[in-house]
Design a protein around this ligand. Sequence first.
Ligand code: DON
Length: 594
Amino acid sequence: MLKTITPRLSKKLKHFSLFAVALTLNFNYANAQVEKEKDVKAFEFLSKANAKGFERKAQEFKNGAVVSAHPEATAVGVAILKKGGNAVDATVAVKFALAVVYPNAGNIGGGGFLIYRSAKGKIASMDFREKAPALADKDMYLDVNGDPISEKSKEGHLAAGVPGTVAGMVELHKKYGKLKWAELVEPAYQLAKNGFKLTKQQVNELNRLQTKFKQFNPLGTVFIKEEGEWAAGDVLVQTELANTMRLIRDKGRAGFYEGEVAEFIEAEMKRGGGLISKEDLKNYHAAWRKPIVGDYKGYKVITMPPTSSGGIALVQMLQSVANYPLSKWGFNADSTIQVMVEAERRVYADRAKHLGDPDFWKVPQKQLLQPAYNKNRMANLNWDKATPSAEIQAGEFARKESEETTHFSVVDKDGNAVSLTTTINTSYGNYVVVKGAGFLLNNEMDDFSVKPGVANYFGLIGYEANAIAPNKRMLSSMTPTILEKDGKLAMVVGTPGGSTIMTSVFQTILNVVDFGMDMQQAVNAKKFHHQWLPDRVDIEPNALRPEIQQKLEAKGYTFYKRNSIGRVDAILVTKAGLYQTGADPRGDDTAGGW
Ligand code: DON
């Protein structure tokens, strides 16, 4: 089924030593051999990356698979699949489980997006992104001089948008779920009530943020450790959250947006000077939207439309590089990097100007998704020199007026698939745990453009399209995506990472489609990223061979080291029809299935 994604790379890795010998014996190879040599260098490079802890191998399952950021959440999803639940049932259960065991990003106090593809090929996407409260206004984060008060949109009560997760899950389940709602929320209730063991990564972060939790939760929260420090293996019991999960389990939407929990949220807002009211909660609704559908080398790319910028940007980037011989050049060869970076630069310039909540802003979606438009944008690529971002502006169209997130991928035995990315924005959101209800609120208001041209937490700038307005959704980069080939499911993919989300999804797809990696190798592979402004290429350690980096630096590219980019959790359908998983080794991400 997936002709172009033969695991070329893993085969070659196996024969790597033979290959190396062959290469040393035959210096005068013709062109074809030069290509192979490039591939070998990429493999050498990947092996080096693997030696640094990314040695995870792909797993394959026959009847269904779940890849999520936490082992407990993955286990919950697999149990639901085994019980006869479909991909949507497992999604709902994993989503609520993550809200308990991965509170830095899994949430009921935030929002997200999802792409659904049924086994028969029906596609849908849902926007359960947070909304600005009714009392929000364009200048709410500016001081008397019109300058942004930087922390206000990022921390504390005022940074929170109206949460969308519970509404989103209820809608999704109503339309496509099979098992009973209560059965799907029950595991999260149990995990909150009985506790779960904190991982090493989790305690590091909890300890780092103690001052913030104390500052924003004067009445206390379970995340505060009164004596000493959190240690890996400590059990975190969340009694207040368990009560909230019980209400959601028993009352569905009303268990969160009305009654006790709504009262708790409003009281918390009043205490801390936030804006969300009971009215805002009652009025919140998730929105079904028409997915973006693009083509890349025979794959149908089904991805997220606005309010996320992710899907449009992903398809634009794929269209921008489609005419270049990437697989011939090889993985992370200088030409490959140059073309990808120049594509990213141009696409992010468009994002800043043209994208915003489609309920408030006319997004020139059709124009941005024209293959000819994106091909033309690349016409001024100069092979000798990096194009300075200052010389790149967003495309012009006639406008008719009118670090924390988490992703998971699920496929069931029939081939129904869900790709879901969810967030409270940065890790542990606005640090406010709603007293009485036990869950963290988001700091998603920072994803708006608080002032034209002023960068948000992720360095992204925006203008009028993404200005704050009451009840408007803030622009996102989240890119839950599903690929189809020859009418059949091919890949389920997505990642957290703020502004790096769409470039990580872009790279992961190229790693499989153009560079022949299997799903886990594509996830393991080191990532790089350019977002127009700032004008620099962010790279993970060992993402580029030093000589490639030097070549590019000589052309004017600037590199900036980041510890880690993305946490891709993905599933690939193999030729044999098995579900092959890629769980990101950068986190506690875990694949499971049966
Ligand atoms: O919606 C967005 O684009 C951001 N709020 C996502 C934040 C994120 O991915 C943080 N994760 N590391």
